[in-house]
Design a protein around this ligand. Structure first.
Ligand code: DCP
Ligand code: MG
Length: 364
């Protein structure tokens, strides 16, 4: 074995995931829902059969209801399923509460979804399992919600840990147990293994980490390309992707200063359009959405004004629409003559476009 393999990864990482998040919140707020099978989604009888289940409580899961299932199908599986429509505003507010608690432990936080994040607590003096227990206690104290936490030295193991004793559990995977844990893990539980990969493994007779471990790196590359490397190292409980601190991003914006002041409304319109396109490109690339759109205007007298619009839902990433919104603000501030030196458009109240799956493909 190479020296590289023997080198120890000394990080301490937690993966935190709230149990049956939306469902647990609704059960917390309405005790009547605690004893019934609950699906978060619109009742198909009242909404012409459309809609999907966002999540279900554990009673409904036992009957076969799960996330992303069609509402009609869910009702077939569980005829007495109680439907509650999702209240995203509420879930976002709770998510912010939970994130504030994360910051009591570390600032190295990688949010994965509203209810899920990686925390790198290496800099904290306390032992990681103690921190996990304290974190769960703080979340319960503040929100009356339970979560599951995985504790280990890399993100893959931490995530597998939080899944291991769900709901309401902590799993610690230290160095001396990690290799064994991976050898015994069913192949479908490996990160990045979807239906297609699973079928290939079935043909190869690979059922678990032990079978995977026995495959050579060359073989894995032949069958899976560069993903083969990811699998090879995962089987060896090795994964160096850092906790990517994305919690600091507050806004995404762009501004332009004009050498010659703009006097024409059509110039302003064109400038806003251009800015909106750049901001949208940036937001799209980073898979972000925003609920607040702020326009900044500076005139020749150096008077700077900012004005924002906040919506309860995120803005569509449509440059033409954004430019129109910006013009509404502009016309309000400058109904007559003007000489404009600077224009800016910024999104804040940023949220992730959708819950990202843990991607391993770009990390080696
Ligand atoms: N969610 C969704 N659609 C999906 C998956 C999830 O709308 N296909 C929402 C509802 C979940 C929340 O995201 O409550 C968190 O997702 P999780 O995958 O963590 O699922 P849960 O928290 O509901 O369940 P658990 O973590 O106990 O497995
Ligand atoms: Mg969850």
């Amino acid at each position: 074995m190479s020296e590289f393999l023997q080198a120890k990864d000394h990080r301490r990482i937690l993966h935190v995931d709230i149990d049956a998040f939306y469902a647990q919140v609704e059960m917390r707020d309405n005790p009547k829902l605690r004893q019934v099978p609950l699906g978060i989604g619109r009742d198909p009888d009242q909404h012409h059969g459309h809609g999907v289940i966002a999540t279900a409580n554990y009673i409904a899961r036992k009957a076969g209801v799960h996330s992303a299932m069609g509402a009609i199908e869910a009702k077939k599986a569980c005829p007495n399923l109680v439907f509650v429509a999702p209240n995203f505003e509420k879930y976002r507010a709770i998510s912010a509460q939970i994130h504030a608690i994360f910051h009591e432990f570390t600032d190295m936080i990688e949010p994965v979804a509203l209810d899920e994040a990686y925390l790198d607590v290496s800099a904290n003096k306390m032992a990681a399992p103690t921190l996990a227990a304290q974190l769960r206690h703080r979340i319960w104290e503040e929100t009356h919600l339970t979560c599951s936490v995985g504790v280990s030295y890399n993100k893959v193991l931490a995530k597998l840990g939080s899944e291991h004793h769900k709901p309401n559990g902590v799993t610690v995977i230290p160095h001396d147990l990690a290799q064994d844990f991976m050898l015994n893990l069913p192949i479908r539980k490996f990160r990045g293994v979807g239906q297609k990969t699973l079928e290939k493994f079935e043909k190869l007779g690979v059922k678990d980490g032990r079978d995977l471990f026995a495959m050579s790196l060359d073989d894995l590359r032949v069958h899976f390309g560069s993903f083969g490397d990811v699998l090879y190292w995962q089987a060896r409980a090795t994964h160096f992707s850092p906790v990517k601190d994305r919690s600091v991003r507050q806004s995404v914006g762009k501004e332009s200063t004009f050498e010659f002041a703009l006097h024409d409304r059509s110039q302003i319109e064109a400038a806003f359009k251009d800015l909106a396109e750049k901001v949208v490109a940036n937001m799209t690339k980073r898979k972000l959405l925003g609920r607040t759109l702020t326009v900044k205007i500076r005139d020749e007298q150096f008077k700077t004004q900012t004005k924002g619009i906040t919506q309860s839902t995120t803005f569509d990433l449509d440059p033409a629409f954004m430019a129109r919104q910006a013009m509404l603000i502009f016309d309000e501030l400058y109904p007559e003559e003007f000489a404009i030196r600077l224009l800016g458009i910024t999104f804040s109240n940023i949220v992730e476009q959708k819950y990202e799956a843990v991607s391993l493909f770009d990390q080696f």
